[in-house]
Design a protein around this ligand. Structure first.
Ligand SMILES: Cc1cc2nc3c(=O)[nH]c(=O)nc-3n(C[C@H](O)[C@H](O)[C@H](O)COP(=O)(O)OP(=O)(O)OC[C@H]3O[C@@H](n4cnc5c(N)ncnc54)[C@H](O)[C@@H]3O)c2cc1C
Length: 422
């Protein structure tokens, strides 16, 4: 039972607030007891020290737009809202580095660094930006957009992080942080960990100069042909910033969109060359589906659907596209597939829990191991979760469990959210 008075006491020097939770604070179907909104890293540390001493389970919340990703936590005693930590700590324009607190909306970060013609290349779609997605939420879900192809994913862009562990210890690692902790690269470890290892309070990211000119080249055709053409563009000398494939559910046809970025006339020339390779057309505007997860234009996905991440080798993408079509024909599921032609795609699967489980199993046969590719469920209803293995074969599970034991021995942070019950 949470002692609200003592939790509030932990925040008395911080200016943060504590209140009883309401129905709106439910986390993926699991009701919460208390919500706290600290205003500083020290406040987060004092709060977590107290919460863990009380034996409570704490779940972090930024804007709360992706709380249904990962398995539901076993329990939620305390929702730790990060939006009180919303400062942009430092923008080292000369070093192309930004340091921000975890509750800062990504949209505000982009606006501030945009003033120096720089950007954090994460490609969050406009609806996500408008929804207030925070730096901490971005890091903890670990999703990356189209331009990961050339500039790397969020795990590559994060340089360092300051994290509060379950017992209140403040730990830092990587660049642009005060004190380094030898051993783990915490920032990378926390990317995609859904708040199960620590609460991120601040993170440093590598920025890129904004490239003023861009052109898109769009091609379409039978999915197998599109996969082959996309592969050719990725392997070409055209240095595309992104090569994305979109295959809507139920369709034999897929689209490929190539983004060329740079300065001046050279961009147009590279676009014309890419159009030649694809048999496609050049245009200035991005396709409507650009950077959005399948089944959406960046807004909320449809209810009851299952969101899946499917990775493959460059040559394995064609197999994933074929498996999507076969799943529809054999099991009656809908499988929309979209993502980078280099092999990080997302599938939106619709249909009964049984059809969904069979479809996910069939996709997994095309991406059967951590080396060849993996298929993991990001978001699903309880019925679908009960019908399938959400994570599939995962490499290094013993190591992940050992890290969890070391950083959060009492399982006080979102237990059960991650693979293997972590
Ligand atoms: C190209 C692209 C497209 C995307 N499209 C979508 C989309 O369509 N739908 C979608 O939901 N997401 C999408 N995302 C993912 C998006 O990054 C996250 O949904 C969003 O940033 C979450 O932010 P939030 O503040 O709402 O996080 P929350 O929903 O509040 O939290 C998300 C998860 O992170 C944990 N967490 C939050 N803050 C912290 C912290 N400080 N420390 C530790 N753990 C923390 C939470 O406990 C939770 O598990 C997309 C990302 C990219 C790059």
């Amino acid at each position: 039972m949470a002692d609200l008075r003592r939790l509030a006491g932990a925040l008395r020097h911080d200016g943060g607030a504590v209140r009883e939770a309401g129905p709106e604070d439910t986390v993926d179907g699991v009701p919460a007891t208390v919500v706290a909104r600290p205003a500083s890293a020290d406040g987060v540390a004092a709060l977590l020290r107290e919460a863990t001493a009380q034996g409570l389970v704490t779940v972090a919340r930024g804007a709360g737009t992706a709380l249904d990703w990962g398995a539901p936590p076993e329990r939620v005693d305390l929702v730790l809202e990060t939006t009180g930590l919303d400062r942009l700590v430092e923008h080292g324009a000369g070093d192309l580095v930004v340091v921000a607190e975890a509750g800062l909306p990504v949209a505000e970060l982009l606006e501030k660094v945009g003033g120096a013609a720089q950007e954090l290349v994460v490609d969050l779609p406009p609806a996500r930006l408008a929804g207030g997605s925070t730096v901490g939420g971005l890091l903890s879900t670990g999703v990356s957009g189209p331009r990961r192809l050339q500039r790397g994913g969020v795990r590559d862009l994060v340089l360092g992080a300051t994290v509060v562990l379950a017992d209140g210890t403040v730990a830092s690692s990587g660049g642009k942080v005060v004190k380094n902790v030898a051993g783990y690269d915490l920032a990378k470890l926390l990317t995609g960990a859904y708040g199960t290892l620590g609460i991120v309070v601040r993170a440093a990211f590598r920025l890129h100069p904004a490239r003023p000119d861009r052109a898109f080249v769009i091609g379409s055709g039978p999915a197998a042909d599109v996969a082959a053409q996309a592969r050719d563009v990725v392997a070409s000398q055209l240095a595309p910033a992104a090569v994305e494939i979109d295959r809507p559910a139920g369709s034999d046809v897929a689209e490929v969109a190539v983004l060329l970025e740079g300065t001046g006339a050279a961009v147009g020339q590279r676009a014309a060359d890419a159009a030649g390779l694809l048999g496609g057309r050049v245009r200035a505007e991005q396709p409507e589906w650009w950077a959005a997860l399948p089944g959406t234009s960046g807004g909320p996905t449809c209810d009851g659907s299952t969101l899946v991440k499917a990775t493959a080798t460059l040559t394995g993408v064609a197999g994933l596209l074929a498996a999507a079509r076969e799943s529809e024909q054999r099991y009656g599921a809908g499988v929309a597939l979209r993502g980078t032609a280099a092999g990080v795609l997302y599938a939106l699967v619709t249909g009964s829990p049984e059809a969904t489980a069979l479809a996910v199993g069939h996709l997994r046969a095309a991406a059967p191991s951590p080396r060849e590719g993996t298929v993991t469920v990001l978001r699903a209803t309880p019925e679908v979760r009960a019908a399938l293995d959400a994570w599939g074969p995962v490499g290094g599970l013993d190591l992940m469990r050992a890290i969890k034991r070391q950083l959060d021995p009492g399982r006080n942070l979102a237990p059960g959210r991650f693979v293997g019950g972590i």
